[in-house]
Design a protein around this ligand. Structure first.
Ligand code: ADP
Ligand code: MG
Length: 384
């Protein structure tokens, strides 16, 4: 170690991961390792013709969530679902999970019960088991989950398989999760400003709030594609927004891509929220993230079958790498698409949960169960 101090922020998340990868490059590589760092999950051979995938995601209070507006059962659900989403992005099915949890002093047994009920619901819905973990105290609630999944060797799909001429597809609708976050942050502000006079205004936004607080991993799509006889050429889940995800596919596949803005699928509620906040709804889809839908590419011969599928939209094309990653709309024509915000699309700001002062245990909590009736959400089938 030298005396130099380079702030980690100077490299950014993906710069940091690249740098970690360099440090690890000296480790001899097993012949059973098929994909290491760089995809949604690592892939290794578990037996003849059988692969396992493994992924880890961490959720930290004040960084990824605000305890005052996500009910514990939803947080438990979400922490499993975001990992399942990465497994599904490899065209694999989840098998086992382990959970490491760090609990702050202001965390109760009842909160932990509710958190684990949510995890149990998600494990049941996704047909997997929770088989272990680790428990510790921490300065803020910290949940790290690892999920192992399985897939037949011929079925695995990577980020790196897109080819020029392929079509770009997306499942479900996009931008809703960010719209839900906008509503929640706005309501939280109103609650802080008005105190006892606060009247929740959540009814009109139930769908987008669910998208944010209780996302659904698209395990169903894996079966849907298989039944239709379609194996995507590449796939990724939408955790950071379409702009970032399409860049990952383009970079890993050494191709370019054009995303057709008018083809982006929005729920009317997402559009209504964007209108209300005078935002560009396209930016919600491109830069908002946390939709946990699947972004994938298919061979042109599969386009007919995709067209016939409900809930899958064709949103663009894979092109030569020299064309870069672009958007197309009739108003603006072709424009370069950067992984995060560019002048035309005013990318949404980073959310600073910490500034929302969420340490107090019971004060200023939006009561979703009472205000929204969200507790009676179906365990399975919701949004799927
Ligand atoms: P996703 O958004 O799909 O969860 P990430 O962007 O978090 O993917 O991670 C990209 C890749 O970098 C993955 O292969 C992941 O396993 C790897 N990665 C992330 N953080 C680390 C780390 N601290 N050490 C080693 N590999 C990491
Ligand atoms: Mg992912």
């Amino acid at each position: 170690m030298s005396d130099t101090f380079t702030p980690v922020a100077s490299l950014g998340e993906f710069g940091l991961i690249g740098r970690m990868q360099e440090r690890l490059a000296g480790i001899p590589r097993s012949e059973n390792l098929i994909e290491g760092i760089g995809d949604d999950a690592a892939v290794y051979r578990a037996g003849e013709g059988q692969l396992h995938v493994v992924t880890t995601d961490v959720l930290i209070e004040g960084v990824h969530f605000d305890r005052s507006f996500i009910p514990m059962p939803f947080l438990g659900w979400k922490s499993i679902a975001v990992n399942v989403s990465d497994v599904v992005a490899m065209n694999a099915k989840p098998l086992y999970a382990t959970v490491s949890i760090g609990m702050p002093r202001n965390f109760s047994v009842e909160m932990m019960d509710a958190l684990y009920d949510g995890m149990a619901d998600a494990c049941k819905a996704y047909g997997m088991e929770l088989v272990g973990g680790d428990t510790s105290t921490a300065h803020a609630l910290y949940i790290s989950i690892t999920v192992i999944g399985g897939v037949a060797e011929q079925d695995v799909v990577f980020r790196r398989g897109a080819r020029v001429g392929d079509y770009i597809c997306v499942t479900g609708d996009v931008g809703g999760s960010y719209a839900g976050l906008k509503v929640l942050l706005d309501q939280r502000q109103a609650l802080n400003d008005l105190g006892d006079a606060y009247e929740p205004e959540l009814e009109a936004h139930q769908y987008v709030i669910r998208r944010q607080l209780r996302p659904h991993a698209r395990l169903d799509v894996i079966d849907l594609l298989q039944k239709a006889g379609i194996k995507p050429t590449s796939m990724i889940d939408i955790s950071d927004g379409i702009a970032s995800e399409i860049h990952h596919i383009a970079l890993r596949s050494s191709v370019g891509a054009t995303v057709r803005i008018p083809a982006l699928p929005f729920d009317p509620e997402t559009r209504a929220v964007a209108d209300q906040f005078l935002d560009d709804v396209d930016a919600y889809a491109l830069f908002g993230g946390e939709d946990y839908e699947l972004l994938f590419t298919v061979d042109p011969t599969d386009v007919g079958a995709i067209d016939a599928m409900q809930g899958v939209s064709i949103i663009g094309n894979i092109e030569e790498a020299t064309k870069g990653v672009r958007t197309y709309s009739p108003e603006t024509g072709l424009m370069p698409l950067h992984p995060a915000g560019y002048q035309h699309f005013d990318g949404p700001p980073e959310v600073d949960y910490a500034s929302l002062d969420s340490d107090d245990e019971n004060d200023n909590v939006i009561r979703f169960d009472e205000d929204l009736g969200l507790d009676d959400i179906e365990v399975s089938g919701d949004g799927a």
